[in-house]
Design a protein around this ligand. Structure first.
Ligand SMILES: *[C@@H]1O[C@H](CO)[C@@H](O)[C@H](O)[C@H]1NC(C)=O
Ligand SMILES: *[C@@H]1O[C@H](CO)[C@@H](O)[C@H](O)[C@H]1NC(C)=O
Ligand SMILES: *[C@@H]1O[C@H](CO)[C@@H](O)[C@H](O)[C@H]1NC(C)=O
Ligand SMILES: *[C@@H]1O[C@H](CO)[C@@H](O)[C@H](O)[C@H]1NC(C)=O
Ligand SMILES: *[C@@H]1O[C@H](CO)[C@@H](O)[C@H](O)[C@H]1NC(C)=O
Ligand SMILES: *[C@@H]1O[C@H](CO)[C@@H](O)[C@H](O)[C@H]1NC(C)=O
Length: 420
């Protein structure tokens, strides 16, 4: 217990000191001339991406320039265009006029999306005659017709905000077809990303339809890759009722758009598609540098790769199944239930066809009391709220809500350390 409290304290201090050094929304809010730009940073969630990074330069456009960029384009295209205006280096007024050899190529956020072939994700910054500084796409044949106008904010060497005269357009960015969310073939994308087992389960259970109906308004998917279904410590999914399997699959998606930057800056727990009134089924997120980890209260899973980031859809692969405490109270490490002596089957899941006919007594999401998993020597926990930290129930009550997440993380960290 003492260890847990100490650990909690350390985490709380860590949280306090790691509070974001800057908030681009706040920096721009005193300037009505950038209100459009600021609004689009929020709508595309680029603001989160900017806040989660250090050493960054934001090239802002005034409302007129922003309007001419935004006109007639869907948000996913505007996001690509704007991510070329976030330079992953620090350029303030003096550094701009002191570029070695008078010209440089600098990486932008667009380059980090993996959608930018060749030089498309770079901007060319060049000292022009007469003290002007020109900006343009680094793609061959581009012009440098956007110029530095003024400095808006300088916080050396964390963030610099400078105004440029017009948008920097990389070839093809505005003309690339933007698929409408309902045209995106979710299973095809997931299969291609190495998540065939998960995609098959979505189809078999009909959960795919729930995902599809959420897609228009915002959908984030955390798809476990095929390796995750072969993990030795994975609870036996064939022991789940149909309703529980549905809840498990719904737990792997959120009804909102959460690209990496939004995940990294997420402070609250996230409701999933399985969240429904009293049944929590939520997720929390921790991050360190560029690595993002999801915490279920039972296990944690690293976000491995981005499959799709196109507003309002963000699909990721994750390294392991997300096990909600509502279904897998306690640690997943002990073999689930009275595990038979049979060696783990090499083909996961496939040979045990899941009963697809709805179980009569269950209405989804599955009641947490029917959890089949859990250590046989312990009494089953009746209440999911305290199932992750039974021994620390007292600590839970006294600690403000914000810290319960941390406590949960802390407890699971300790648990995993002890078990290792
Ligand atoms: C710059 O960022 C670092 C790390 O986030 C922070 O410690 C420092 O205080 C920031 N500097 C300024 C001037 O805000
Ligand atoms: C940034 O500032 C805006 C406006 O001041 C505020 O609404 C938002 O919550 C802040 N974001 C963070 C991550 O603190
Ligand atoms: C500047 O130009 C000189 C001569 O052309 C070259 O040797 C050097 O590598 C350049 N420096 C940078 C930073 O590009
Ligand atoms: C930037 O663009 C100008 C004009 O097209 C070009 O002369 C210059 O070489 C480019 N800079 C770099 C570093 O490629
Ligand atoms: C989506 O892709 C899968 C193959 O992964 C295919 O079987 C299915 O027919 C496609 N759906 C649509 C609506 O095109
Ligand atoms: C969970 O906590 C509540 C009060 O917070 C308590 O009434 C209940 O008995 C606890 N359940 C278990 C299984 O510990």
């Amino acid at each position: 217990m003492a260890v847990v409290i100490l650990n909690l304290f350390i985490l709380a201090v860590f949280l306090a000191t790691s509070t974001r050094a800057h908030n681009i929304t706040q920096i721009l809010s005193p300037f009505p001339e950038y209100s459009e730009y600021n609004k689009f940073l929020t709508d595309t969630k680029l603001a989160d991406e900017i806040n989660s990074r250090e050493t960054i330069t934001v090239l802002v456009l005034n409302n007129a320039a922003m309007d001419s960029l935004a006109a007639k384009h869907p948000l996913s295209v505007i996001k690509k265009a704007l991510s070329l205006h976030v330079v992953l280096d620090y350029f303030d007024a003096s550094k701009l006029h002191d570029i070695s050899n008078g010209t440089t190529l600098s990486t932008t956020l667009y380059q980090t999306t993996g959608n930018a072939p060749g030089n498309l994700g770079f901007v060319n910054i060049t000292d022009l005659k007469g003290g002007k500084v020109g900006f343009g796409s680094a793609a061959p044949g581009s012009t440098l017709d956007s110029t530095y106008t003024k400095s808006v904010k300088e916080i050396p060497y964390n963030i610099s905000v400078i105004e440029i005269s017009s948008a920097i357009i990389a070839p093809g960015v505005l003309t690339a077809p933007a698929p409408s969310p309902s045209d995106v073939n979710i299973t095809a994308l997931l299969e291609k990303a190495g998540c065939k087992t998960f995609a098959n389960l979505l189809v078999q259970t009909g959960v795919l339809k729930v995902y599809q109906s959420a897609a228009d308004k915002g959908l984030t998917i955390f798809a476990p890759n095929d390796e995750a279904f072969k993990a030795p410590k994975l609870p036996d999914l064939s022991k789940l009722t149909n309703a529980e399997l549905v809840s498990l699959l719904l737990y792997h998606a959120l009804a909102s758009y959460n690209p990496t930057g939004a995940l990294k800056t997420q402070k609250d727990t996230l409701p999933t598609l399985a969240t429904n009134g009293a049944s929590k089924y939520d997720l929390s997120v921790t991050s360190s540098g560029d690595s993002v980890t999801l915490q279920t209260g039972v296990d944690s899973s690293r976000v491995a790769s981005t499959v799709l980031d196109s507003t309002p859809l963000s699909f990721f692969t994750v390294d392991s199944l997300l096990l909600p405490s509502e279904l897998f109270a306690k640690s997943p490490s002990p073999a689930p239930a009275p595990a038979p002596e049979t060696s783990p089957s090499p083909a996961p899941l496939a040979p045990t066809p899941t009963p697809l006919a709805p179980t009569p007594h269950h209405s989804p999401p599955a009641p947490p009391t029917s959890t089949p998993a859990g250590s046989p020597s312990e009494p089953p926990t009746a209440d999911s709220q305290n199932s992750t930290a039974d021994n620390n129930a007292a600590a839970y009550v006294r600690i403000p809500a914000v810290f319960t997440v941390l406590l949960t993380v802390s407890v699971s960290l300790i648990a995993s350390t002890l078990m290792a």
